[in-house]
Design a protein around this ligand. Structure first.
Ligand code: ATP
Ligand code: MG
Length: 336
């Protein structure tokens, strides 16, 4: 059985953008494939500490796991949930891979360049996390890694590290599929990018300071509705799906389609030519607040105990697999 592996960092509460663009598609994919694939879902808590953590990391981690369940993840014997830091083999393999990767290839990572801004005060974790990510993947022979486009370069790096290691030390690692095949597997034409509500030229991000820019998954439905009603639109006065000229309006149409699970073409056809932006906003505000209400109700029904029970099983499973692979690696390089 092949393995799908994915995760979301647990730095803070997630936004509607993270939910619609990452969590929901990943849950859909996991549910679709968990009969014929092993599905590893983990919280990369060691990746979380490369930047500021908003709140209590342990609580954030448990909440992030509850998000997966509240978003509809179906559990069966092929689905395993674990925390990265509870499987020490990740850090151990990271070190060994550090000694095979080059400064050149890691320095070329766009995420590193963006996050470090060329400053020497940037922590080493920001530089090294793609190697930890390679360990996260290679420990489980994972072939499919559904992630955002911003992570594609790291998947290519993982492939290179795995191929180089196999060439030098023998066939130890399964090489993940190329990013172009990852995209095919995810069955998406273009990545979903929910826009910032106040500055729709930019994407919605949890680290944006302005409250009105983003809908958080713990916003009350009323608060979320207000944010939609105050979203920036344009002065053209006619609804049209056109991300370039009318990004605010197009974003609302996109949100409406995803939240109500109606094809974008249908939503667009329905609102096309409407001159009262307020009517569209009212509808989207209703859809978003009712989605949040349902989501939050499901979230409140999931107990910490339920999550800990899943983690107990998942972490036992993950440690067994990861330790076996690590031993193979240690033998291959001569440590054992
Ligand atoms: P930060 O501001 O801290 O970078 P972020 O909101 O960009 O936060 P990430 O932790 O970088 O979130 O990304 C988590 C996941 O959510 C990734 O898979 C990313 O592709 C996806 N994602 C982030 N923002 C959006 C968005 N606006 N629309 C769709 N998907 C998004
Ligand atoms: Mg981001």
């Amino acid at each position: 059985m092949k393995t799908i592996l994915t995760g979301i960092r647990s730095n803070s509460v997630l936004t509607l953008g993270n939910y619609l663009g990452a969590l929901l598609p990943m849950v859909r994919l996991a549910n679709e494939h968990s009969k014929d694939f092993k599905v590893n879902i983990f919280v990369p808590d060691l990746h979380s500490i490369i930047s500021e953590v908003d709140g209590d990391l342990r609580e954030n981690t448990i909440r992030t796991l509850k998000y997966w369940l509240a978003a509809g993840l179906n559990l069966n014997e092929n689905v395993h949930i674990y925390r990265q830091s509870y499987v020490p083999a990740h850090s151990e393999l990271c070190w060994i891979l550090n000694c095979t990767a080059t400064m050149g290839e890691t320095s070329r990572m766009i995420q590193y360049k963006e996050k470090s801004k060329g400053q020497e005060s940037c922590n080493v974790g920001i530089f090294d996390y793609p190697i930890l990510m390679a360990a996260d993947i290679l420990l489980y022979d994972a072939e499919y890694i559904p992630l955002g486009e911003d992570q594609f370069q790291h998947i290519e790096l993982t492939r290179n590290i795995a191929m180089r290691f196999n060439n030098k030390f023998g066939e130890v690692f399964t090489v993940p599929v190329k990013t172009s095949d990852q995209v095919k597997f995810m069955e998406v034409d273009t990545a979903i990018r929910i826009r910032d509500l106040l500055n729709p030229e930019k994407k919605m991000s949890k680290s944006t300071v302005a409250e009105g820019s983003k809908i958080m998954l713990d916003d009350t439905p009323e608060k979320a509705a207000k944010k939609i009603m105050s979203a920036t639109t344009d002065s053209l006065g006619k609804v049209k799906f056109d991300m370039f000229n009318q990004p605010g309006i197009s974003n609302l149409l996109q949100i409406e389609a995803l939240v109500t699970d109606v094809p974008l073409s249908e939503v667009t056809a329905k609102w096309n030519g409407e001159t009262r932006y307020g009517e569209l906003k009212k509808k989207v505000a209703e859809s978003v607040s009712s989605m949040l209400k349902d989501f939050q109700t499901r979230l409140a029904e999931i107990s910490d105990d339920e999550v800990y029970k899943l983690l107990e099983e998942g972490e036992k499973y993950a440690n067994e697999l990861a330790n076996a692979k690590l031993l193979e690696v240690q033998k291959a390089v001569g440590l054992r």
